[in-house]
Design a protein around this ligand. Structure first.
Ligand SMILES: [Zn+2]
Length: 308
């Protein structure tokens, strides 16, 4: 047993206009964070349409495919663009997350990390937004529930932004617990504790600007970890955004690199006691390249240590 890394080289064909924070160089920064770790490596396959269609209607998938430009960019919302390679990249990100779920549930790896762009947690049922096209982590959760017949899954989203897309896609799914910590107020504006899901299975934990490790750890220990423990999931998925880091230019939380190691360790503790250590982590945000490299190294370093 070990840690599986799903790489998506197609990430480098998902190009953003100059100056866009979700830049192609993020992929190399993530790869730099994985260097030197002893892991199993695979390339992320293309997603099956059937997996996408559990979360998004066929008309949305058709609309996104039709929007792909022959050259340059097509704009889907204020800050979400498609280059000629973007939809293929997004489909490999989803395929990688689904392959990670399959491998971990088959016992081929104890845990897994998806190194792929674009991110996914802002994509709603029929709305691309916030650099996201398809709801990668929600789609992976739905595959675990529908294809593998798991009784319950839990998702932890520690990206600094609220995972409004994951929340939207899983709002009516009674078997998926979605826990999100995020700075508030901040984009996309959702994520109030009053948003609880159709079955009370969504837990939103807003954090105030300029707060750091202490408040984060207290919130997780008091609210999120007990909720996951009570849920007794068969698999824990992570929306691993690293933009709550103090160096990140898009937000104002003050987390340190070591906080990502701490969070990962605590999530693995829960997974060990609840679901044989099964964790599937998917890259979301993180826009300061050196902080992204260091945070990925901290996060995946713990996954590796715990995957042995
Ligand atoms: Zn983010």
């Amino acid at each position: 047993m070990t840690t599986l890394i799903l790489h998506s080289p197609q990430s480098e064909n998902h190009l953003m206009p100059p100056g866009h924070p979700e830049q192609v160089a993020r992929y190399a920064a993530v790869q730099a964070g994985l260097k030197g770790l002893d892991l199993i490596h695979r390339n992320a396959p293309l997603a099956d349409d059937a997996d996408i269609l559990r979360a998004h209607p066929a008309r949305y998938l058709a609309r996104v495919r039709a929007a792909v430009p022959a050259a340059g960019w097509a704009q889907l919302d204020a800050d979400t663009y498609l280059s000629p390679g973007s939809v293929t990249a997004a489909l490999h990100a989803v395929g990688g997350a689904c392959a990670a779920v399959d491998a971990v549930l088959a016992g081929e790896a104890r845990n897994a990390f998806l190194a792929a762009r674009p991110p996914g947690h802002h994509a709603e049922s029929e709305t691309a937004m916030g650099f996201c096209i398809f709801g990668t982590v929600a789609i992976a959760a739905l595959r675990a529930l529908h294809q593998h017949n798991l009784a319950r899954v839990a998702i932890v989203d520690f990206d600094v932004h609220h995972g409004n897309g994951t929340q939207d896609l899983l709002w009516h799914e009674p078997r998926a617990l979605f826990c999100s910590s995020h700075q508030m107020p901040l984009y996309p504006g959702t994520g109030s504790p009053s948003e609880k899901g159709a079955h009370g299975q969504i837990l939103n934990v807003p954090l105030s600007e300029a707060t750091g490790s202490g408040q984060m750890r207290e919130a997780y220990e008091r609210l999120i970890f007990p909720r996951i423990a009570a849920w007794k999931p068969d698999l824990i998925l992570i929306s691993a955004g690293f933009d709550a880091h103090a160096d990140d230019p898009l937000a104002g939380l003050e987390w340190q690199t070591e906080d990502y190691a701490w969070l990962t360790r605590r999530i693995c503790d829960l997974a060990d006691s609840l679901c044989a250590g099964r964790v599937v982590s998917c890259l979301e945000g993180g826009y300061d390249l050196p902080a992204l490299t260091a945070s990925v190294a901290a996060h995946v370093g713990v996954l590796q240590e715990r995957g042995r």
